[in-house]
Design a protein around this ligand. Structure first.
Ligand code: HEC
Ligand code: HEC
Ligand code: HEC
Ligand code: HEC
Length: 466
């Protein structure tokens, strides 16, 4: 699998275009891109496309209050803050406290002087020219000179926006909704151990939210940047106020990803040995981690032995979970925590929040798909309609032909088209709920109906399978 390498390639290309468009010359004669500088300030190695630095930045040892180590200690933001105020701002207390100065007061300095500071003119330990080239340092200097705002005019110390208007913010947000969904929950930046949506960031770290709204996300050059659009402080305050009203959880889609492969969704090692109930059947000869996936016993169609897994190598004879959709929460929870059958106890592995996500999925995410997917696997959908959503959402990772990411290997490749052809129920599930442990969006959180998802799945079935 080499998709990790393909993303930077794509973004580098897109990044190059943005660079040309927004390159500018400052009064001091330095030529560069302050927006790229803002992303370098966030996490420079992702922007440059190199490995994360190892060991601690040499100034790190001059403090002991912030106990992070390694790559984090090399981020400008870790020492100087998302609000650019260092010890005089949000990082003046708490686990990020270092006692280091901010950079906001340096914004009046000439870009050439700022460039010199980044090359160690004030302290040899503050020399970043060994890890970044001249252009990157120049972009940083231009960002420091042109990009810094005192967030106090936008957000209060208690994280509430200064005079933010949610109605006006909703209008600004419509631009974000195309990728983040109308509720900001289409992409989970965290995982099912600690879900993180736009609403989460706006609420917990409004300064980080503002920085990213201005300068974008490192490595994601497609995200629009408020700095380039010359957004006014009031627009940011409105946007922040609105996004703070958005949900910080999405239990149904979170539960859908746990149902798929719970250990990947929460970022832990796969369980070893067989699930205890596995011994009660002998027709499905898989062993180990696979036997712990909800889907392996209950099916991608949620019908267990009454559905697709009623025959073939996946047959176990176990029931589906469709009937459980009408159970109350206490009863579903009892099923998941061994209260109904001691061998069906997932509570040693999943915490209460995760059990609740699964219960929400069983109650609200599980539904019969047979009106969309025929017994022979043909999807009953409008492929032309589906193509629109594929182009808007999927292309950036999976490519025009769906072959950018290979889920199989070189000998037996498996692409989006392959999954849709061989297992449309799986494709339907993943498009609805997202891919466990990946930042792949959940279609349901774009507000897509089951028919919209069927249309997309019909389009996926037109893509090459090898
Ligand atoms: C490990 C912590 C650390 C990191 C990482 C760090 N700095 Fe600094 N920075 C400091 C300290 C401490 C000072 C003050 C002492 C000095 O000037 O060397 C400083 C000073 C500065 C100043 C001068 C501030 C003033 O008011 O004169 C600027 C500008 C600056 N840093 C920018 C950056 C940028 C941009 C990055 C990312 C490439 C960065 N720093 C990364 C610790 C850090
Ligand atoms: C063209 C698609 C697109 C648009 C439009 C878009 N974003 Fe993003 N955004 C992304 C992607 C992709 C990521 C990165 C997701 C990841 O790294 O997991 C992201 C990440 C973010 C993050 C950082 C999350 C983190 O990792 O901490 C914030 C904050 C954010 N976006 C805010 C916004 C805001 C505010 C808007 C509207 C002004 C917006 N985005 C518009 C695609 C987009
Ligand atoms: C090893 C196979 C296996 C795995 C893995 C498994 N289950 Fe089950 N599940 C069963 C069996 C067998 C039953 C019926 C047991 C009984 O009747 O005592 C059942 C029953 C259920 C029921 C009650 C169904 C009803 O209508 O009464 C629900 C809900 C359920 N499982 C959800 C899940 C979820 C969610 C997961 C993933 C965390 C999961 N199961 C993982 C085998 C499995
Ligand atoms: C942010 C990038 C990203 C976006 C956008 C994205 N995906 Fe994915 N997708 C992935 C990754 C990464 C994987 C997992 C690859 C792996 O596990 O090897 C994946 C896996 C899948 C799989 C399952 C493969 C398997 O068998 O496990 C399907 C099906 C799929 N994506 C379809 C889609 C569709 C349809 C869309 C648009 C609605 C979409 N993806 C959007 C990144 C993305």
């Amino acid at each position: 699998m080499n998709h990790k390498k393909l993303f930077p390639m794509f973004f580098l290309l897109a990044g190059g275009i943005v660079l040309i468009l927004s390159a500018c010359t400052s009064q001091s004669g330095l030529t560069g891109n302050p927006v790229r500088g803002g992303q370098l300030y966030d996490k420079w190695w992702v922007v440059i496309g190199v490995d994360a630095p190892t060991g601690d930045q040499s100034l790190w040892k001059t403090q002991s209050t912030n106990t992070r180590n390694g790559a984090d200690t090399w981020r400008c933001k870790e020492c100087h803050g998302w609000d650019y105020k260092g010890k005089d701002g949000a990082y003046g207390s708490g686990s990020h406290f270092t006692g280091f100065v901010g950079v906001i007061n340096a914004s009046g300095k000439k870009p050439t002087e700022l460039l010199a500071i980044l090359k160690g003119s004030t302290s040899p330990d503050h020399n970043f020219s060994k890890v970044m080239d001249e252009q990157a340092l120049t972009d940083l200097a231009l960002f420091l000179n042109q990009g810094l705002t005192d967030d106090a005019v936008i957000v209060n110390n208690d994280k509430s926006p200064v005079n933010g208007n949610t109605g006006a913010g909703a209008v600004v947000f419509s631009l974000c909704a195309t990728c983040h969904g109308p509720q900001g929950t289409a992409i989970n930046f965290g995982n099912e151990s600690g879900p993180e949506y736009l609403g989460t960031i706006a609420e917990e770290n409004p300064w980080e939210f503002l920085h990213k709204a201005r300068f974008g996300q490192p490595g994601v050059m497609i995200m629009p940047t408020g700095f380039t659009m010359n957004r006014a402080d009031q627009e940011y305050a409105d946007l922040l106020a609105y996004v703070q009203t958005l949900p910080v959880e999405s239990p149904v889609t979170e539960g859908g990803r746990l149902y798929d492969k719970w250990w990947a969704a929460i970022g832990v090692d796969a369980p070893s040995g067989n699930q205890p109930l596995w011994a009660t059947q002998s027709t499905n000869t898989r062993s180990g981690a696979d036997t712990w996936r909800c889907k392996e016993c209950h099916g991608w169609d949620y019908k267990g032995m009454d559905g697709v897994y009623g025959s073939g190598s996946h047959r176990t004879g176990f029931p589906g979970v469709m009937a459980a959709a009408t159970m109350n929460t206490a009863e579903v929870t009892a099923w998941l925590t061994g209260g109904k059958n001691a061998d069906h106890d997932f509570s040693p592995y999943l915490n209460e929040a995760q059990i609740n996500m699964l219960a929400a999925f069983i109650q609200r995410g599980v539904a019969d798909r047979s009106s969309y997917i025929a017994a022979d696997g043909t999807v009953n959908g409008d492929a032309a309609r589906g193509e629109t959503n594929y182009t808007a959402v999927c292309i950036r990772c999976h490519g025009v032909d769906g072959k950018t990411i290979n889920f199989g290997d070189a000998d037996k490749p498996e692409y989006v088209g392959t999954v849709a052809a061989d297992n449309p129920w799986e494709a339907f599930h993943k498009v609805s709920f997202g891919q466990p442990g990946q930042n792949m969006p959940a279609g349901l959180n774009f507000g897509w109906s089951l028919q919209d998802i069927a249309d997309l799945a019909a389009y996926l079935q037109t893509l090459p399978t090898k």
